[in-house]
Unconditional design. Sequence first.
Length: 113
Amino acid sequence: QVQLVESGGGLVQPGGSLRLSCVASRSIFSLGTMGWYHQAPGKERVWVALIGTGGTGNYADSVKGRFTISRDNAENTVYLQMNSLKPEDTGVYYCRILMGNYWGQGTQVTVSS
């Protein structure tokens, strides 16, 4: 069993930046691929970024070039650096460990002027 806790969300103006963090309750080194997912108001949850144990990130087209996913195995933490934020990035962001399908509780991001 693994618990995931996200943080770092908030209110930001369009064009601004946020960095989300996801801390796991135990070592993530052996947990394989982890990811960040976005659920906009009234819409389904969709993936935005994935990262394997080797540190290579994969991104949805909607965030490519703006978001960067990274992981710090020593700190049991996965990050999502979000730049050039747009109003359509608004929603709840969830962290996930694909193996075992563990999810965090989510952190709210609101992009608005």
